[in-house]
Design a protein around this ligand. Structure first.
Ligand code: CP
Length: 317
């Protein structure tokens, strides 16, 4: 694996998951693996978990880390070719990616969807331009289309709560005051392809995700019906995909409440965080012992560590 842009880049999903779980048991097993190597960690958008867990994962493997917020610290980048650069964009990605490649041995990048230009978002311009012009491996820390490090962490979390039967896993849309990207829902859906589970998506009409990603996953427009006998409930907001970037409803009818969770099989609650309390999910669900949100955040370190080690192994082979 040279780059980690999506879960499909992993040579073997189950092996990566197993590596992540073993790294959780012994985080310093490879503490000198990346000695004298440097991981660049570049943010075009805010973060708490991704920033700290990726840095911690790198340090556990012996990397030095360099972190930069491109949104306010670096020159604004131009991604189009052939432009006369008269505007606010002072540096072209061709030079920026080449220069970062001189200082770092790998680079991890976060660049969200604009939610205004579907074609450009789906092209993952920032991430893929770095992959094109950098001479070092590129890692996706959430792009316009996917958040595979989150999904790998979520797989670790699911495995930590085995059920006697094939689990029912529900990804339910939930309300939010802002238009949010599809990346987490996309990657969770992709990750569920690798698992033995009854997986369904619950969402109001108009909130269908990209059908190229959901494929034949059952979609239900009645949240309470979807929640019946669920073993895991993953709540997440996303904006409309077909009416790209739009918020179609602002009511709280789809907020995940304690009453709704009574329909489930004492389901574990999941969310990638950050979460808006009492809009996405009621306090009582988030603070309940069945809430796995802190476990998910913890597992981000070991997901990132597994990805970094897999890339290092590729470098050394
Ligand atoms: N879940 C997640 O990616 O969190 P941050 O946005 O805080 O990194």
């Amino acid at each position: 694996m040279k780059n980690f842009i999506s879960l499909n880049d992993l040579p073997d999903f189950d092996e990566a998951l197993s590596l992540a779980k073993s790294l959780k048991k012994d985080p310093f097993a490879f503490k000198k693996y990346a000695k004298l190597k440097t991981l660049g960690i570049l943010f075009f958008n805010p973060s708490l978990r991704t920033r700290l867990s990726t840095q911690k994962a790198a340090q556990n493997l012996g990397f030095n880390t360099m972190i930069m917020n491109f949104s306010n610290e670096a020159w604004a980048l131009e991604f189009d070719d052939g432009t006369e650069m008269r505007g606010i964009r002072s540096e072209h990605i061709r030079e920026a990616a080449a220069v970062v490649s001189q200082y770092c041995d790998m680079v991890a990048i976060r660049a969200f969807a604009s939610l205004t230009d579907k074609v450009r978002d789906e092209a993952e311009i920032v991430l893929k331009s770095f992959a094109k012009y950098a001479s070092i491996p590129v890692i996706n820390m959430e792009s316009a289309v996917g958040h595979p490090l989150q999904a790998l962490a979520d797989a670790i979390t699911l495995d930590e709560y085995p059920t006697q039967h094939k689990p029912k896993v529900v990804l339910t849309w939930a309300p939010h005051p802002k238009a949010l990207p599809h990346a987490v829902a996309n990657s969770f859906t992709k990750m569920m392809e690798f698992r033995k589970a009854d997986f369904i998506i619950a969402q109001p009409e108009g909130y269908e995700l990209d059908p190229r990603i959901t494929k034949d996953v059952p979609v239900i427009h009645n949240q309470e019906e979807a929640l019946k006998d669920a073993d895991f409930v993953y709540a997440k907001n996303w904006c409309s995909y077909s009416n790209y970037g739009s918020i179609l409803r602002t009511d709280n009818e789809w907020t995940l409440t304690e009453d709704k969770m009574k329909q489930t099989n004492s389901a574990k609650f999941m969310h990638c965080l950050p979460v808006r309390r009492n809009i996405v999910v009621a306090d009582g669900v988030l603070d309940h012992p069945n809430s796995l949100v802190i476990d998910q955040a913890n597992n981000r370190t070991f997901a990132a560590q597994a990805v970094l080690k897999t890339i290092l192994d590729n470098d050394q082979s």
